[in-house]
Design a protein around this ligand. Structure first.
Ligand SMILES: NC(=O)c1ccc[n+]([C@@H]2O[C@H](COP(=O)([O-])OP(=O)(O)OC[C@H]3O[C@@H](n4cnc5c(N)ncnc54)[C@H](OP(=O)(O)O)[C@@H]3O)[C@@H](O)[C@H]2O)c1
Length: 196
């Protein structure tokens, strides 16, 4: 893993490359934070959201964000939406019953990307608007525990997003990286993003 002390320089180098990115799942909890940070950091010259519906934004910062609405059941018909991007983030989810998220990791390998990273966080800590009683209970539980213990079983979404962006700008000769909850904490703690 690259020295996180060099992150500001790596981020600046990355910014200078004027790369383009698409984000899947930008309306979700992780995707929202990721998009906000990408725009705040001005990391890409082109940002495209690919989703099953258009997202309404009011803030000025989002005015140059492109959006492509696709049918995820017929992705072959929407390949042009994905073309012309250097980087892709997938924050699609979420529960197996809703999106079959467990199949995603296996499918990613089939795309033969130059490089890809799979993040496996434990319980995501955020203020979710959608009602999910089990997740709500888990978040309450982990929030009440000593930090050292809760870190093994949960992670703030802001830390996950920082880990994703730090991983993005760090050069790697590995084709595939897999980050578990501990690795996400380690990489994401380098610099915290703003709290939501
Ligand atoms: N929540 C946790 O504690 C937890 C823990 C570990 C791992 N994860 C994983 O982390 C990832 C992100 O989680 P999250 O909590 O940020 O997700 P989330 O808030 O539930 O957001 C899910 C996103 O996926 C989209 N989506 C869901 N079903 C879809 C479908 N059938 N077709 C197209 N788009 C669909 C949603 O779009 P719409 O807005 O249109 O619905 C939304 O943008 C997921 O893969 C999840 O399994 C979550």
């Amino acid at each position: 893993m690259a020295d996180t002390g060099t992150l500001p320089k790596l981020r600046e180098d990355f910014r200078m490359q004027n790369k383009s990115v698409f984000i899947l799942g930008a309306s979700g909890e992780t995707g929202q934070v990721l998009l906000r940070e990408i725009l705040k950091e001005n990391l890409f010259s082109k940002v495209t959201l690919i989703g099953r519906r258009k997202i309404e934004f009011e803030e000025e910062a989002y005015k140059h964000v492109n959006q492509e609405v696709v049918d995820f059941e017929k992705l072959d018909e929407y390949s042009s939406a994905f073309q012309g991007h250097d980087v892709g983030f997938c924050c699609l989810g979420t529960t197996r019953s809703k999106a079959g998220a467990g199949e995603v990791e296996a499918k990613v390998e089939e795309f033969n990307f130059d490089r890809y990273t799979i993040f496996r966080p434990a319980v995501l800590l955020c203020n979710r608007k959608e009602s999910r009683p089990a997740e709500w209970l888990a978040r309450k539980f982990f929030s009440s525990l000593p930090t050292s213990w809760s870190k093994d079983h949960s992670v703030p979404i802001t830390t996950v997003v920082r880990a994703m962006l730090n991983n993005l700008v760090m050069p790697s000769d590995k084709k595939m990286e897999l980050l578990d909850n501990q690795a996400i904490h380690n990489l994401g703690k380098a610099e915290d993003v703003d709290k939501p």
